[in-house]
Design a protein around this ligand. Structure first.
Ligand code: KIV
Length: 273
């Protein structure tokens, strides 16, 4: 995992302007979620362009059924850990439910706290047309903001299900246009048909980052626990698992339990004379 190895990815830090400039380049942008130091430093050293401290924290780390209970203090706690671990990836922190929806002023105050107290490079909020005034206020305060349209987990009470593909083309295009026009530097497209994602990606001059949005976006984000096969029983169509860490961790744990119970571990080689 040393960044100095031959063929290791570039070590110069990713910034918001560099992230935006990657739009339309041959190489797609890569984004993964992280919530702690171990995974954030691993992804950073592997060369991921951006690390998202997602409010998926509530589901994959805290074991809750939605992202809605996550607090600003929790995002700041995890955001600071991840930002400290990342020496070259752009760190983006989600503003959680009801920390920006009340007013643009509330959003600016809370986004300012996040950037100030975590050292992250940007924040993300969910919404397009409905959050245009807030995106504008954040951008005007020089707080780099990524938008998130399509399936918006914080709006689960209104949308009904997290698994529902969002298909209203006119509304999705309007959301994407509004986010760009208001000053978002990038936009997550979650769970929308690939044709609509391709249309949005072609029209916008900011990078689109897909999750369940097909292959034509400027980049891709996955929840790292899903990508690594750590989460149990979550297998939506869009997800590709690149590892089976849950099985590996389970088997290692079973072996440890057995060796301790049988008196095989610790042995002489693991003991001090
Ligand atoms: O919270 C999160 O992890 C996200 C990604 C799924 C884009 O918003």
């Amino acid at each position: 995992m040393s960044p100095a190895r031959p063929n290791s990815p570039p070590t110069s830090p990713m910034s918001v302007p560099k992230f935006v400039a990657a739009k339309g380049r041959e190489k797609k942008l890569t984004v993964l979620t992280a919530y702690d130091f171990v995974f954030a430093s691993l992804f950073d050293q592997a060369g991921v362009d951006a690390i998202l401290v997602g409010d998926s924290l509530g589901m994959v780390v805290q074991g809750k059924s939605t992202t809605m209970p996550v607090t600003l203090e929790q995002m700041i706690y995890h955001g600071e850990i991840v930002a400290r671990a990342a020496s070259r990836s752009l760190v983006i922190v989600d503003l959680p439910f009801m920390t920006y929806q009340v007013s643009p002023t509330q959003a600016v105050e809370n986004a300012g706290r996040v950037l100030k107290e975590t050292g992250a490079g940007a924040i993300k909020i969910e919404g397009g047309v409905n959050q245009a005034a807030t995106i504008r206020a954040l951008a005007e305060a020089d707080l780099p903001v990524m938008a998130h349209v399509g399936m918006r987990p914080q709006s689960i009470r209104k949308l009904g299900s997290m698994a529902k593909v969002q298909r209203d083309e006119a509304a999705l295009l309007a959301d994407a246009r509004a986010a760009e026009e208001a000053g978002a530097f990038g936009i997550v497209l979650e769970l929308i048909p690939r044709g609509i994602a391709a249309k949005i990606t072609k029209e916008l001059s900011i990078p689109t980052i897909g999750i369940g949005a097909g292959p034509d976006c400027d980049g891709q984000v996955l929840v790292s626990y899903d990508m690594l096969g750590l989460t149990e029983g979550f297998q939506p169509k869009f997800l590709k698992q690149y590892g089976d860490l849950r099985t590996a961790a389970f088997e290692a744990t079973r072996q440890y339990l057995q060796e301790v119970r049988d008196g095989q571990y610790p042995d002489a080689s693991h003991s001090h004379e």
